[in-house]
Ligand binder design. Structure first.
Ligand code: CA
Length: 227
């Protein structure tokens, strides 16, 4: 799987650095923003897979950023973990009312923070945090990179493996070719959309070579879906 990207929005450089260091050590890509305006531009240009959001920021507050993100259909699904120095219960409730997915009180333990991040990814990006995925008779182990169908090993190239991981994280979801390019090949690489069709063809062949129906559906005019 492509590495999930985490955006850390925090105005204190030392805090940002601790978080960045520890999340990178866990294999995540980390981007940083030191204020709300900068963060909102970054999110628009390249939406991250998760946001760590400090409550107290100069300019636009963390709460306001969270509210804006959760109001927009383009960013609503991005998990937001709020960081705050306030520990009162009422603040916690307010934090969650803004739509934040989780809430961590400063001073926090880095181990706890990383655990909360992984917990969000188990829900939204299970293959990226080493979960075993199942769909029909297909199993995918993202830690060992093994795929099997009806118990028989399926051999896949790295691109086909990433494609299948993406599909298996959200069975039934229709992915456009552009979305698959972003997720599987990465945003910075220029690849023709027809390349997606070529790799889908290879994935289909590998999945059906030992028999069984084709689990990948072509959605005319839209793209591809699993099941
Ligand atoms: Ca702050």
């Amino acid at each position: 799987m492509p590495t999930p990207t985490i955006l850390v929005i925090e105005d204190e450089p030392a805090q940002r650095e601790i978080i960045r260091y520890n999340l990178e050590a866990e294999g995540f890509d980390v981007q940083q923003a030191e204020n709300g305006d900068e963060a909102l531009i970054q999110i628009k240009e390249a939406p991250p897979d998760l946001i760590l959001l400090d409550w107290m920021l100069p300019g636009v507050s963390g709460i306001e950023i969270c509210r804006q993100l959760k109001m927009s259909s383009a960013t609503r699904a991005i998990p937001v973990i709020m960081l705050s120095a306030k520990s009162e219960e009422v603040d916690k409730v307010r934090g969650l009312e803004t739509g934040a997915d989780d809430y961590v009180t400063k001073p926090y333990s880095v181990i706890e923070l990383v655990a909360r991040v992984k917990s969000q990814f188990r829900r939204t990006r299970p293959a990226a945090v080493g979960e075993r995925l199942e769909f029909m008779d297909i199993t995918l182990d993202s830690e060992t990179h093994r795929v099997a169908r009806s118990g028989q090993e399926v051999k896949l190239g790295p691109t086909e493996f990433r494609l299948l991981s993406t599909f298996m994280e959200k069975p039934g979801r229709v992915w456009s070719r552009e979305q698959l390019l972003d997720r599987v090949w990465g945003r910075d690489i220029y690849v023709d959309t027809r390349t997606v069709d070529v790799h889908i063809g290879r994935l289909r062949k590998a999945l059906t070579i030992q028999g069984g129906s084709d689990p990948i559906r072509t959605v005319r005019g839209s793209g591809y879906a699993l099941g």
